[in-house]
Design a protein around this ligand. Structure first.
Ligand code: SF4
Ligand code: SF4
Ligand code: SF4
Ligand code: FES
Length: 394
């Protein structure tokens, strides 16, 4: 393992490490923009430049491998001047609109401009004026005016998602981020996973459903597990005024890191759907009639007009036929204890009447491993049958 010196500190680096990896391993900060630890290194932005003894000019720390006896200065005057110049160049073709930008406060470019105290330059030269949000897809907001051509989205889509939707077209000042052959995203085989958004260091790519709903500093992040399938991806819900306004993936999520599928990242609007079931529903015929009438009168249980909708009048009588008793198949929204008692009593009664072999369980990949384990316990130990199967076997 090579031993080198970084900022006068002796560092032992793994074989084949880059200067950036060696420095980070030793707790030494080097700024980056195009680098991301999940992605390959391309050395595109020049933010990570450092001075290496006996080498000409400055070197990109993210692509330069270490060698025995190497001496590195991460904040040499040349390195700092180069970083400032890079930032000035980026700002010279960047809209001066942090105040109204969706990622204000959560933008790597903005943070570096702050760290290096770079003033917004006079915009005297040529500038891009790309249309904002030009793509009709429902999920990915695009503002190429804020694109710094770092290529993180290109590599995220190609290396993490294996879709290769994004690439750079044209040359020099005309270089432009394009989907497919300069097509709309969905025509270019985009599957709307949002990985490119998650890796973008600026507001060039953003989640369209979240535009105008609130910025990072205005929302509370709540780490949760996706409810769509059994993989168990973790992500952060951004909650503002009691509403989920965005989902972002998290680097430290143990199962998925920054990856999510379209359902996990953009399928959260069900949370506030008024038709969402929030209580267990039990048919009237399976509840004790005397208790049913009392609980409904007291407002603890509610008569449903139809699946998913609670009755306006929680009266124990159906709205259409106020003078008639409840139909036996009428759904009643009850508390969990009552619902579980109904299920347990019915299972016990069926087992007593017909034996455990009359029972079969179909488990689901939408449940967690722990829930499927409990299904197996219930089936084999309580219902005394091995008739359990799982949709994942189909
Ligand atoms: S992308 Fe970053 S630097 Fe650009 S306007 Fe938005 S907050 Fe400012
Ligand atoms: S949303 Fe996913 S598939 Fe579509 S361009 Fe971005 S990374 Fe590629
Ligand atoms: S859209 Fe974002 S990630 Fe892609 S090249 Fe531009 S700044 Fe980088
Ligand atoms: S981070 Fe090294 S060149 Fe961009």
């Amino acid at each position: 393992m090579p031993i080198l010196t970084i900022d006068n500190q002796r560092v032992i680096a793994p074989e084949g490490a880059t200067i950036l990896e060696a420095a980070r391993g030793a707790g030494i900060h080097i700024p980056t923009l195009c680098h991301h630890p999940d992605l390959s290194n391309v050395g595109a932005c020049r933010m990570c430049v450092v001075s290496v003894e006996k080498a000409r000019g400055v070197q990109t720390a993210c692509t330069t491998p270490v060698f025995e006896g190497m001496v590195v200065q991460t904040n040499s005057p040349d390195a700092v001047a180069t970083r400032k110049f890079v930032l000035e160049m980026l700002l010279s073709d960047h809209p001066n609109e942090c105040m109204i930008c969706e990622v204000n406060g959560d933008c790597e470019l903005q943070d570096l401009v702050y760290d290096y105290d770079v003033a917004w330059p006079e915009h005297t030269g040529k500038r891009h004026t790309y249309p904002i949000n030009p793509d009709p897809n429902p999920f990915i907001f695009i503002d190429r005016n804020k694109c710094i051509l770092c290529g993180r989205c290109v590599r995220a889509c190609g290396e993490r998602q294996n879709r290769d939707v994004w690439s750079f077209a044209f040359r020099g000042f005309e270089t432009k981020l394009v989907a497919g052959a300069d097509q709309d995203l969905l025509d270019a085989r985009c599957e709307s996973c949002g990985q490119c958004v998650a890796y973008c260091p600026t507001g060039a790519l953003f989640d369209k459903m979240s535009v105008g709903k609130g910025r990072a500093g205005q929302a509370r992040k709540v780490r949760t597990t996706c409810s769509f399938c059994g993989v168990g991806c973790n992500f952060d819900l951004h909650v503002r005024n009691g509403k989920v306004i965005r989902v972002t993936s998290a680097q430290d999520a143990p199962v998925n890191g920054l990856a999510l599928c379209v359902k996990g990242r953009y399928g959260y609007d069900y949370v506030h759907n008024p038709q969402r079931l929030t209580h267990p529903l039990v048919r009237a015929k399976w509840l004790d009639p005397a208790k049913l009438e009392q609980q409904v009168t007291d407002g603890r249980w509610q008569v449903m007009q139809e699946a998913g909708r609670r009755s306006q009048a929680a009266s124990g009588k159906s709205q259409d036929e106020p003078d008639n008793p409840l139909p036996i198949n009428q759904f009643i929204a009850v508390d969990w204890d009552t619902a579980l008692d109904v299920v347990a009593n019915k299972l016990a009664a069926e087992k007593k009447l017909h034996g455990g072999r009359s029972f079969a369980m179909l488990a689901s990949a939408k449940c967690s491993n722990e829930e499927n384990f409990l299904f197996a316990k219930l089936t084999r130990q309580l219902m005394t049958t091995n008739s359990i199967d799982h949709c994942a076997r189909l």
